[in-house]
Design a protein around this ligand. Structure first.
Ligand code: CU
Length: 297
């Protein structure tokens, strides 16, 4: 490629290793992709497809419905309502960033205001690091106007200039439960009460909803374990991230849903001394995979 005197002589095409798992859970199929990228980013994607949960109704047209909210869903076809529901997928992230003993750090981004007449500027930003000492310090409800970064660091491993090596959790589109905390399904699904939890590693604490979720009283969930408020600083710790979807069905979701997806990232934060891609040799044409539609047809 040429632009005047500037010549770009080499490029590094994005290369991603995708590890895919698909789970059929009741009426849905969940496609989970772990994407390992050359810049150290791990992107975790979830795709939802399958067959919608529906209920029967005497209605065959919306002109028969007086109170639309009382449908608690959408009329998808004659005599079929797709009911409003949520999906939550909790990721058990047994982090070991450059060794087993890690700390969870909330890097809170705050507004500083200038003193009167100090500057033409009225406000600027600063980042306040809060190292979580116990489990309750690490329970996070996401807030757009009180933002933080969520770092998992190894406090005893430093970069050349002295930053602790780490990976950060970067949430993407997600959802939080609106049910009453004491509602039986919410007690069983209490792992959705926060989007992030951090617990000390414990072999018996592996499933966020407990071993027997259905028909349980919600007495064996992540929320119950974390109530002990154990120490988590500079220890072998587990981060839990819950990705959620609210689902108000629409006619296109019936009878089989197009895939709905979201993701979150695990991204290096001072883990490398500089951009790791710069150390990767360029790909030559002979190294590239041959993608030929005609050959595979
Ligand atoms: Cu759904």
């Amino acid at each position: 490629m040429c632009d005047g005197n500037m010549q770009i002589r080499e490029v590094r095409p994005k290369v991603t290793l995708v590890v895919r798992m698909a789970a059929s859970v009741a009426n849905y199929d969940y496609i989970v992709d772990w994407e390992f990228q050359t810049d150290g980013l791990i992107r975790v994607k979830v795709g939802l497809s399958g067959i919608l949960m529906v209920k029967g109704t005497p209605y065959i047209n919306m002109n028969q419905v007086n109170e639309v909210e009382n449908l608690h869903g959408t009329l998808l076809s004659e005599n079929v309502i797709g009911v409003i529901h949520d999906h939550y997928i909790t990721f058990y992230l047994d982090m070991d960033v450059d060794g087993p003993d890690n700390s969870f750090v909330k890097v809170n981004i705050k507004r500083e205001t200038t003193a009167p007449e100090e500057s033409p500027r009225l406000s600027y930003l600063k980042a306040v690091r809060n190292v979580a000492k116990t489990e309750k310090d690490a329970q996070v409800k996401l807030k757009l106007y009180d933002p933080s970064e969520y770092h998992m660091v190894n406090p005893s491993k430093k970069t050349r200039v002295g930053n602790p090596v780490g990976y950060k959790l970067v949430p993407g589109g997600t959802a939080a439960s609106l049910l009453d905390l004491n509602d039986p399904p919410q007690k069983r699904g209490a792992f959705t009460n926060n989007q992030i939890w951090v617990t000390p590693y414990n072999k018996s604490e592996e499933w966020a909803g407990g071993l027997f979720t259905y028909q349980s009283q919600g007495d064996d969930t992540l929320a119950v374990w974390s109530e002990r408020d154990r120490a988590i600083e500079n220890k072998d710790i587990v981060m839990w991230y819950t990705l959620g979807f609210h689902h108000v069905p629409c006619q296109e979701d019936f009878p089989i849903m197009p895939t709905v997806s979201s993701s979150f990232d695990l991204k290096p934060v001072n883990f490398y001394e500089s951009n790791p891609i710069l150390n990767i040799p360029p790909n030559m044409e002979k190294d590239l995979p041959v993608c030929n539609a005609a050959a595979s047809a």
